[in-house]
Ligand binder design. Structure first.
Ligand code: PLP
Length: 397
């Protein structure tokens, strides 16, 4: 079940169309969907051999499935990882990556600015099982170094971070982690696999919510964890097999077909985001616009160094607080109000009252989630129509 070695020298677009493909005896062009929970054996000896690990084949879809394996192998080829496992959602990928590796008495350091549910896992869930956690300002490399304890086993971050798009120096944080024999795990959802390569920057584990740009069309949930063969064999694979957050083969099929168009879609998302950010950056009704590749971004140079594009997300601080933020959302005709991101449709979110509502006002203030903050996930519409839509809505305020 090892992935297709011939894909090694292909460029990304080719890998995303052909990587990991395995044809059945029917020679189908489009990858087959194996919608099956189990598998049958030719004889009892084969069943025994398969459970002993002496016979390469499938046993049960909670462990592995041929369609899911094509999706995993295509992602492995793109990311340049040794192996990967797909999961039902991005959150099951994050939870499994952390829980399979950490035990009571271990210590995790995480950046404070995290996707809301990731922050819950780090702050509330892990400590219930005796795993100590420390949240730091991820942009301050010294803060990571200062938080290290003798029992620190892993670092966890996302960059750009949700929702203010802070950029963390992945290479610098990886070096600090490795100096203490800790693993660096990166949630790479906002950057997408097209625009940032955490493994090349020194990360040990990369995690995606495939629900976002990988599907990119708002159809299904999914997640994936990629890393070294030994780590997956020793920690992740058995944890997933026994606890069971398996990806549906149907979702794996949707996601592997979506990978075929990922580079084209990401180029269009980035073009739209760049044009919208440029058009709105000087708008008198906005106090601030944050986009990683916009020259006013506080870490513009670092963003340019570790990303090959600014991504599809823009953060805005609007003048007039919550009332103005709500009015802007309500006046938009094309952009939809939604807490999701990475969709073909442009989506706008008010984090303080939705994704980050769970946090106390002080915790929100600490990560800059004010009532004036809005997050835009730029979709695939014509950028000129999006610019018109935001301008007409801003003009009405
Ligand atoms: C959406 C998201 C997740 C969780 O993914 P689900 O597929 O919704 O479970 C984790 N991290 C980031 C950065 C996300 O945007």
């Amino acid at each position: 079940m090892a992935h297709n070695d011939k894909s090694k020298n292909w460029r990304a677009r080719t890998k995303l169309v052909h990587g990991g493909s395995v044809r059945s005896q029917y020679g189908e062009t489009s990858e087959a969907l194996y919608m099956t929970s189990g598998y049958v054996y030719d004889n009892a000896e084969q069943a025994e051999a398969r459970f002993l690990g002496d016979d390469d084949g499938y046993q049960y879809t909670r462990f592995a499935n041929p369609t899911t394996r094509i999706f995993e192998n295509r992602m492995i080829a793109l990311e340049g990882a040794e192996d990967a496992r797909a999961t039902a959602t991005g959150m099951s990928a994050v939870t499994a990556a952390l829980l399979c590796y950490l035990s009571a008495g271990d210590h995790l350091i995480a950046a404070r600015a995290l996707f809301g549910a990731c922050r819950y896992i780090v702050e509330d869930l892990l400590p219930r099982f005796g795993i100590e956690t420390t949240l730091v300002d991820g942009c301050d490399s010294q803060a990571w170094a200062d938080a290290v304890r003798p029992n620190t086993k892993a670092f966890f971050l996302e960059s750009p971070a949700n929702p203010l798009l802070e950029i963390i120096d992945i290479e610098a944080v990886a070096n600090i982690a490795h100096a203490h024999k800790a693993l660096l795990m990166v949630d790479n959802v906002f950057a997408t696999p097209m625009l940032q390569k955490p493994l090349a920057l020194g990360a040990d584990v990369v995690i995606y919510s495939a629900t976002k740009h990988i599907d990119g069309q708002g159809r299904c949930l999914g997640g994936i964890v990629l890393g070294r063969q030994a780590w997956i064999d020793d920690y992740l694979a058995n944890f997933l097999r026994q606890t069971g957050p398996a990806m549906s083969p149907f979702n794996a099929w949707l996601l592997l077909k979506a990978l075929e168009t990922l580079p084209l879609r990401i180029d269009a998302h980035v073009e739209g985001a760049e044009l919208l950010a440029a058009a709105l950056s000087a708008h008198p009704k906005l106090a601030k616009l944050i986009y990683p590749f916009h020259k006013d971004h506080p870490q513009f140079a670092l963003a340019k160094k570790q990303m090959s594009g600014g991504g599809s997300l823009i953060a805005l601080q609007i003048k007039g607080g919550k009332a103005a933020a709500f009015a802007l959302q309500n006046e938009l005709k094309i952009a939809c109000i939604s807490n999701n991101l990475g969709d073909a449709k442009t989506l706008i979110t008010h984090p303080a009252t939705t994704t980050h509502q769970r946090l106390s006002p002080q915790a929100r203030a600490q990560i800059g989630v004010s009532d004036s903050l809005l997050r835009i996930s730029v979709g695939l519409e014509d950028p000129a129509d999006l610019i018109d839509d935001f301008n007409q809505a801003l003009d009405k305020l």
